[in-house]
Design a protein around this ligand. Structure first.
Ligand code: ASP
Length: 326
């Protein structure tokens, strides 16, 4: 918002905004500190779109670079391409002076090891966990010994994410007083993914889409379902044809429901959210489910942050399906 207020570009503003999440070690779903793939490597996806010049850039499966959104912006600005992936994306970032660093924090390493140790076969064996001859066969005690600085809360969290791989991403859309729109989406993707798995976030039209004539949209949540409906593009097209941002997002969520023939048992296995900003300043967030439920706990529908110049606030997402407390 400071960048926007001082007359800066909308894309500079959104990238600076998400850089805060990318560098935050406490955020385990974006950038540095993100949960790794199944081999313990943090692989990041990001995309940007600049409305006024109608350009886009993205990186997929990039490792070792703390700010993938900045690299995506450089792909847009300094190449004749739109998307770079894996080693090529890393080499490109290094050419432009980005330091290569280990993005796996101790917290994320704790969770990764806990996840590897949780994968017992049906006889209880696991090559990454203490053997059957070990006097102490209990994962919590072993983790406590190996990570003496971890708090009980961190260990409980690590054990929880082994069973419930967390998702999380940040999408940020901005419009300035001239009506110029830009957007960014950045993530470490799905925890414990197969190396090389690419989510929706770096895919232009899925995790992000901006059309200066209409508006912008982005997504967080299960990327595979978003890719199948080209979510962000679908939402922008819905708005082009007259829907308001909320209707546009809910309609896209209906397509996801359709892909499962409305089978709530399967739909209940994931969450997905969309966010939309229309050229006239109208906006909305919408979630597939009214809330979440896990292990007896229940939480309300997701919220999204809005800042229209004064201060930021959280607003509730609309939702399509009601998830009752279990
Ligand atoms: N959309 C991200 C992905 O599928 C993850 C998430 O937002 O939870 O990679």
């Amino acid at each position: 918002m400071q960048i926007l207020k001082s007359g800066g570009d909308t894309l500079d503003a959104v990238v600076a905004g998400v850089n805060l999440n990318e560098e935050d070690p406490e955020d385990t779903s974006v950038g540095y500190g993100g949960l790794p793939n199944e081999r313990g490597v943090v692989e990041l996806d990001a995309s940007v779109m600049h409305g006024p010049t109608r350009r886009a850039g993205s990186v997929a499966g990039i490792t070792g670079i703390r700010y993938p959104s900045r690299v995506a912006k450089l792909v847009m600005e300094q190449t004749d391409h739109i998307m770079l992936a894996g080693q090529g994306a890393l080499d490109f970032a290094k050419v432009w002076g980005f330091p290569e660093e280990n993005l796996l924090t101790e917290r994320a390493r704790l969770a990764w090891i806990a996840w590897m140790q949780s994968r017992r076969d049906r006889n209880g064996g696991n090559t990454w966990a203490p053997g059957i001859d070990a006097p102490d066969y209990e994962p919590r005690a072993g983790l406590r010994r190996q990570f003496p600085n971890a708090t009980e809360r961190e260990i409980a969290w690590a054990l929880d994410v082994t069973q419930n791989p967390p998702t999380g991403t940040i999408n940020c859309l901005a419009m300035n007083t001239k009506g110029e729109i830009s957007g960014v989406t950045t993530t470490s993707g799905l925890a414990w993914k197969i190396p090389g798995r690419i989510g929706d976030s770096p895919i232009i039209g899925a995790g992000l889409y901006v059309d200066q004539d209409v508006g912008a949209a982005g997504s967080t949540g299960r990327g595979e379902e978003n890719i199948r409906v080209a979510g962000a593009h679908t939402i922008v097209e819905n708005m082009r044809h007259g829907m308001d941002p909320k209707q546009a997002c809910l309609d896209c969520l209906k397509r996801i429901v359709r892909n499962f023939n409305g089978d709530h048992r399967k739909l209940n296995l994931f969450d997905i959210n969309f966010y939309a900003l229309r050229k006239d300043g109208a906006y909305a967030g919408a979630a597939l489910w009214s809330g979440g439920a896990r292990q007896g706990g229940y939480w309300a529908a997701p919220r999204f942050a809005v800042n229209d110049g004064d201060e930021s606030r959280l607003e509730d997402c609309a939702w399509l399906l009601e998830r009752k407390p279990q």
